[in-house]
Design a protein around this ligand. Structure first.
Ligand code: FUL
Length: 631
């Protein structure tokens, strides 16, 4: 397979078969590795480490390795779950920001040798890598640059540790298809007991990513590098919701740089949290994510987090499997396959419009140099009903197309089913149906407003930077069309109930606004112009409570977003007991609801402190719920 790709890639530039020569490449070109990577489409992310045991998203770095003890971790069954869903690889967080290494590294003591799991001889990276190898499933790794445990973080000494960790992961575990260098860096941490704030300034300078990239290229030349301050092969899609901006150009300066959309399957965050089962994204929502990442020309990395036993959450798996089936059914039949084709212009027989419908991703239709807006018409053997159009460019020759239009011949006239995109228009969120035709790149999927039945279609490239090279024109049918997703269930998985806040009163800073945190409307919030700040809730009667949830502000800004908290309770309004305090990690990139549980306690009054907030001297809470054990 690999050989075939290389051979046909070489033929692209030779023009030996036909009189017409291949078009000259345009702009930055992808490497062979980037082309192969884009064809993987989607794969799993696995966040699993000490945070799994502490109910945190970002561990501080002082967590004890003894907490890590998954009783029934089985890498093979996890890998098979991914593979059976149609995923094409997995990436595991070998080390997250808390610095705990889940392999027996020589670089630090803060590693799995100090965990009771497998009697101190465990190695999660090895178990995953072996299971992947057995099932011919690409394996990749995430190694957080930020290390909140290491005493040397922020200084020269950490770099030796970090480079050693990279080297170990890339030399001891077989081929790594992708390595992630996360962008989160610097801030508060344990740092060997210093418990302070460390600022690293410019990440590219501090980590010396130029050196890191060279090191990786030497150790594993086929490994795709994510991030690395823009020096890698792939970069962040821009949201932890999974969508990427469209139009999408795989270009940064004079380099080819692809995008990866990332999101957890569960709204609770990247790591497993108790009670997360009720918050899994529905298969329909995952399809929306897929269309807004892979369908815009990027790849998708979808996170499934093992629980404390080391098993995937059954609710996550059920949703993954259902989405996997939907995707399979979507891609199963291409109604345009084998259709006859003509074009306004063809460069020569080798570049004919018939290449659009031959199912061969390497062959392509191309007009002469200087023609940027050609059109092609296809005629299906018999009429078909479809509602998704897929196009692909031959990206080995660079990304060219800026806008396109698709028309269908229905009831004796041509109707436009994908309108051409205009310059300056962008899709920045999910856009389920009726999207316009902008860039194509590796592939674009456009879900039509409604199904269309026809046997004749016309594709027109309306703007292109050079003569377009289109390899595929496909017509697909969405197996299950839903526009909405069900609301997440309010109660936690353990059956805890959300207390009804009607009649409750509030005191404290900006007390007038505190009711807005309990009104069920994410777009209204408690806001106080200072931090630290707090409000007091009077529930009007004493009862047993065992948790609360906090929804950060949802209006797209982070200013005054509460990032550290303390929750106190009281039965009389004067003697207070601290029941929980800590950090809400990763809010900037993923401001999802945070659910905090604590031991059941009697309370009438609750005092919520915002002890730190992002970006400015203010505090806020969009929504809060108070939980009580099931009666
Ligand atoms: C972010 C991290 O801070 C999150 O914890 C998570 O690992 C996500 C994939 O990347 O930047």
């Amino acid at each position: 397979m690999f050989r075939r790709i290389i051979l046909s890639a070489l033929c692209l530039g030779t023009g030996v078969v036909s009189a017409a020569s291949a078009p000259a490449p345009y702009g930055p070109l992808p490497t062979e590795q980037q082309v192969n990577w884009l064809r993987m489409e989607w794969y799993a992310f696995v966040h699993f480490g000490l945070n799994t045991y502490t109910n945190r998203e970002w561990g501080y770095g002082d967590e004890s390795p003894t907490l890590f003890n998954p009783s029934s971790f089985d890498a093979e069954s996890i890998v098979l779950t991914f593979k059976n869903a149609g995923m094409n690889g997995m990436i595991y967080t070998a080390k997250h920001h808390d610095g705990f290494c889940t392999w027996p590294t020589q670089s630090t003591d803060h590693n799995i040798r100090r965990s009771p799991w497998r009697n101190g001889r465990g190695d999660v990276v090895r178990e995953f890598a072996r299971a992947c190898d057995r099932h011919d499933f690409p394996f990749g790794t995430y190694l957080s640059p930020w290390d909140r445990n290491c005493a040397e973080y922020g200084r020269e000494g950490y770099l030796r540790v970090y480079y050693k960790q990279i080297t170990e992961l890339l030399t001891k575990y077989g081929p790594i298809f992708e390595i992630w260098f996360d962008g989160a860096m610097g801030g508060d941490g344990f740092y060997g007991g210093a418990r302070c704030h460390r600022n690293i300034g410019n990440a590219d300078n501090y980590y010396n990513y130029q050196h890191v990239v060279r090191l990786i290229r030497r150790l594993q030349p086929n490994c795709i590098i994510w991030g690395a301050a823009g020096r890698g092969d792939v970069t962040w899609g821009g949201s932890e919701k999974g969508f990427v901006r469209y139009p999408l150009w795989n270009v940064q300066g004079n380099r080819w740089l692809s995008l990866e959309g990332d999101t957890p399957i569960n709204r609770r965050g990247w790591f497993w949290h108790p009670g997360q089962g009720s918050q899994v994204k529905t298969p329909e929502h995952l399809m929306e994510v897929y269309l807004s990442s892979v369908g815009r020309g990027a790849n998708l990395i979808l996170n499934l987090a093992p629980n404390r036993d080391g098993r995937l959450d059954p609710a996550d798996v059920a949703s993954l499997e259902a989405f996997g089936n939907m995707r399979r059914r979507l891609l199963a039949t291409d109604y345009a396959r084998g259709a006859s084709a003509t074009a306004s212009e063809e460069r020569g027989a080798r570049y004919s419009a018939a290449n659009l419908t031959d199912g061969d991703i390497e062959s392509y239709w191309c007009p002469n140099d200087g023609t940027a807006t050609p059109s092609a018409e296809i005629t299906l053997r018999e009429p078909a009903t479809f509602d998704v159009v897929r196009l692909r460019e031959q990206i080995r020759l660079g990304q060219r197309v800026e806008a396109f239009k698709v028309e269908a011949f229905v009831d004796g006239e041509w109707i436009t089913i994908v309108h051409p995109g205009n310059p300056g228009e962008v899709e920045t969120q999910f856009n389920l149906r009726g999207g316009k035709g902008h860039t194509i790149g590796n592939q674009v999927l456009r879900w039509l407003d409604s199904p269309v039945t026809t046997n004749r279609l016309r594709l027109t490239i309306t703007r292109s930077k050079a003569c377009p090279c289109i390899s595929e024109f496909s017509l697909l049918r969405m197996p299950l069309a839903t526009d909405s997703e069900p609301e997440p269930v309010a109660a936690t998985e353990e059956g805890d109930v959300v207390l009804n806040s009607q009649g409750w009163t509030f005191k404290g800073y900006a007390a007038n606004y505190a009711s807005l945190a309990f009104d069920g409307k994410p777009d209204t919030m408690w806001q106080s112009g200072r931090v630290p700040s707090h409000f007091v809730v009077d529930m009007k009667r004493e009862q047993t409570i065992n948790g609360f949830s906090y929804l950060p502000r949802q209006d797209g800004t982070t200013q005054g977003m509460t990032s550290r908290y303390r929750l106190e309770v009281s039965t009389d309004g004067s003697t207070w007991k601290n029941v929980s305090e800590g950090e809400f990690g990763n809010l900037r990139a993923n401001p999802v609801e945070q659910i905090i549980s604590f031991d059941p306690v009697r309370a009438r009054y609750i005092r919520f402190f915002s002890t730190a907030a992002l970006d400015g001297n203010a505090s806020s809470v969009a929504e809060m719920k108070i939980y009580a054990p099931r009666p």
